[in-house]
Design a binder for this molecule. Structure first.
Ligand SMILES: [Zn+2]
Length: 307
């Protein structure tokens, strides 16, 4: 499943390739991929003629700020975008946009690909958006849990994409500070791994990077939050941020079927500390790594380095 670094990699690719491009039309091959509006025709009509002004990320959601050519001409290109919004301005709030938004969640297996329209359709192609120059933004999704939303003009994205309301702070934001993290973990009688996967505590961390952060912090995944020392929470807080940053720098992971918008795998799997490496030697102490199940998810850890 794509996690924050993979979604961020897709976002950066989309910002390099698609900005200022006008949506000329589209084709929805699987209606239930469109989570809003109710009718596919309204989704396509809403997007037609709009340009992609800037792609943002909130947790694992991708959000394209829409514009139209008339307004783009008035403001001028470059005046629209806010740069690496989610990383730099650290805002966890999305504003209403007079022209609307396009939302995407990749869920388990979604892939957002920037291709030529004559590229043969992948068997799991769900939605196609067409652009000038024979270009296409294609949503391919084997497991069909992926979703897309058109947020109409002046609507708040959180009212349409209701999952946004449930998200805790972005891990790179000022809101995700040590005091906040301590307040969410202290006295809680649940495993720390489960808490890291809880999107209301911190947005965007999934199974891979939770395991990696726990290794870096030297904490076993089944440890109850209430039993963590303040020092351990501090190490974990730093580790979460470092692990996510390292994975973004590596272009996301090669695990699962993650692809960036140009259809290329990431590089993180080759350098993973513990994830998916049960039975292999720890990169620090050479002890064979172990796996255990927590809340139905596999956790990978080093019995020597983590306590
Ligand atoms: Zn070890």
């Amino acid at each position: 499943m794509p996690e924050l670094p993979e979604v961020e990699t897709v976002r950066q690719g989309l910002n390099q390739l698609t900005l200022g491009q006008e949506i000329l039309g589209g084709d929805v091959l699987l209606a239930r991929t469109i989570a809003h509006p109710l009718f596919v025709e309204d989704f396509l009509t809403g997007l037609k003629g709009k340009t992609l002004a800037q792609w943002h990320r909130r947790g694992k959601y991708l959000l394209a700020e829409l514009d139209d050519l008339q307004r783009a001409g008035e403001i001028g290109q470059g005046g629209l975008g806010m740069g690496d919004w989610a990383l730099k301005t650290h805002s966890s709030k999305l504003k209403t946009n007079p022209i609307g938004w396009l939302g995407v969640h990749l869920r388990m297996t979604g892939q957002l690909l920037w291709v030529d329209q004559d590229t043969p359709l992948q068997i799991h192609t769900r939605v196609r958006l067409f652009f000038a120059g024979n270009r296409e933004l294609r949503f391919v999704d084997q497991r069909t849990f992926g979703q897309m939303w058109w947020v109409p003009p002046l609507s708040n994205p959180q009212e349409i994409i209701t999952g946004l309301k449930l998200l805790g702070p972005e891990p790179f934001s000022a809101e995700f500070n040590l005091e906040y993290f301590v307040s969410k973990l202290e006295r809680r009688q649940r495993p720390i791994k489960t808490a890291l996967l809880d999107q209301s505590i911190v947005a965007g961390v999934g199974n891979i990077y939770a395991d990696e952060a726990l290794f870096k912090a030297g904490i076993r995944p089944e440890t109850l939050c209430a039993n963590l020392s303040r020092q351990q929470i501090e190490r974990l807080h730093e580790a979460v941020i470092q692990v996510l940053q390292a994975a973004i720098a590596a272009g996301g992971t090669t695990f699962s079927n993650f692809l960036n918008v140009q259809g290329i795998n990431g590089n993180y799997a080759g350098v993973a500390w513990v994830y998916n490496r049960a039975g292999q030697p720890c990169r620090v102490c050479s002890t064979p790594l172990e796996r255990l199940k927590l809340a139905g998810r596999s956790s990978h850890f080093c019995p020597q380095c983590q306590e």
